[in-house]
Design a protein around this ligand. Structure first.
Ligand SMILES: *Cc1c(COP(=O)(O)O)cnc(C)c1O
Length: 403
């Protein structure tokens, strides 16, 4: 085989992206400069949320969200097993317990009926972390109704779905991360995701209180705003008031307070510049992803070896194009032999040895486990050429025709 390797996903870095990064490297700020605020503003506009907080990566975004929402030991949070482990791990970071609810076999997303079954049995459920898996938007309107009935919050894990949306009951487009139904939403800028910054993440919300809390949690829980200080002015000067030879009324310029146990989850300015530059081509990428999906769908819709597929769905952001097939292992190896690096998303999180120690086992979530036994993610990225996609399709067809 002489064709160039075809991965399941890859970034597309343009000269404009490179120029944007170089400009920051020549500027006064490598971190905590003007690029962060510019990226946050542009990203909030892109997903139609009020606020956005840039952080070091998607996992840090999830972590700060569970801390900001006050997850504690004894709290239960529901998520899907068909996701990257970080969607569940963030609950453990805060000391909470994870319950995995099974997925819907058609959408591959959290099955709301299964979520409700858990809510009826468990008293301590505090929130849900739905995942817009593969780029398909969760129906957050329906999930919000459930959340309100049980007094739960929602963190939307939108790592796969910037630009994705669902239509609500009034026919309105609801963009992933727009904060209409979820309390918080998170995104990742890892190179396999839509917008690449090397590493990077974003939290979006419409809740001002959570927004302000997240800003401080991002930098050690430190506050620099005079009006919010808790200590009195004398402590800020380092002396007892009676020993000062003047009567201070305002805090000195250097003073700051650490009010919460925060972290260093900052993004650098050059990453923010790259992310912001990438964001400008996000819509174009989304359009191309939709074309690729349409071609896969049309090709595979009547094939007997296809047991299920991502399909053509309005508002799908197609981070992945998943097909469910017979003889998955052999197909995976056949594709590899042809330099096509399809991937499996995901090994169900409840079957990870770490989660098995809490009692999770094979057979607990039958829909997710069956999906896992036959899923494979085909190459899906904006720079995939028609010829390359044709090659992938021919390889798959040949594999099954020759069986
Ligand atoms: C990539 C991803 C994450 C984690 O993002 P990082 O930036 O890699 O930390 C979390 N959830 C999902 C669904 C992801 O795909």
């Amino acid at each position: 085989m002489t064709n160039k390797p075809i991965p399941y996903g890859r970034q597309n870095i343009t000269q404009k992206d490179i120029d944007a990064v170089v400009e920051v490297l020549k500027s006064d700020y490598l971190t905590q400069g003007p690029q962060i605020a510019a990226f946050e503003k542009a990203f909030a506009e892109y997903v139609c949320s009020k606020y956005a907080v840039a952080v070091a990566n998607g996992t840090a975004a999830l972590h700060l969200c569970t801390i900001a929402l006050g997850v504690q030991p004894g709290d239960i949070v529901i998520t899907t097993p068909i996701t990257f482990a970080a969607s569940a791990n963030c609950v453990r970071y805060a000391g909470g317990d994870v319950i995995f609810a099974d997925i819907d076999p058609k959408t591959y997303l959290l099955d709301l009926n299964k979520v409700e079954e858990i809510l009826k049995k468990e008293k301590n459920v505090k929130g849900f972390i739905p995942v817009d898996f593969a780029g398909r938007a969760v129906d957050l309107e329906a999930l919000r109704k459930l959340a309100d009935r049980y007094n739960c919050w929602i963190i939307e894990d939108s790592c796969h779905a910037p630009g994705g949306y669902f239509e609500d009951s009034e026919g309105q487009k609801q963009l992933c991360g727009n904060g209409q139904f979820a309390d918080l939403a998170i995104f990742s800028f890892h190179p396999v995701k839509h917008i690449a910054a090397g590493e990077g993440g974003m939290i979006t919300t419409n809740d001002e209180k959570l927004y302000k809390k997240l800003l401080t949690l991002r930098t050690h829980g430190i506050i620099k705003d005079d009006a919010s200080f808790k200590n009195s002015v004398d402590i800020a000067y380092g002396k007892q008031l009676e020993t000062l030879n003047f009567k201070p009324e305002t805090f000195p310029g250097w003073y700051y307070e650490m009010q919460y146990l925060g972290y260093n989850c900052r993004l650098t300015d050059f990453q923010a510049a790259l992310g912001n530059s990438q964001l400008k081509q996000a819509d174009e990428g989304l359009k191309r992803r939709n074309e690729i999906a349409q071609t896969y769908f049309d090709t595979f819709k009547s094939k007997p070896f296809i047991k299920g597929q991502s399909g053509v769905v309005e508002g799908h952001a197609y981070h992945l194009y998943v097909v469910e097939v017979e003889n998955r292992k052999e197909l995976y190896e056949h594709l590899r032999a042809n330099n096509i690096f399809a991937q499996i998303h995901y090994v169900p999180v409840h079957l990870m040895p770490y989660y098995k120690q809490f009692g999770w086992k094979n057979g607990d979530l039958l829909v997710a486990e069956k999906y896992y036994s036959q899923c494979i993610s085909l190459p899906m990225f904006p720079t995939l050429t028609n010829k390359e996609q044709e090659f992938v399709i021919n390889c798959i067809n040949n594999f099954y025709n020759n069986k």
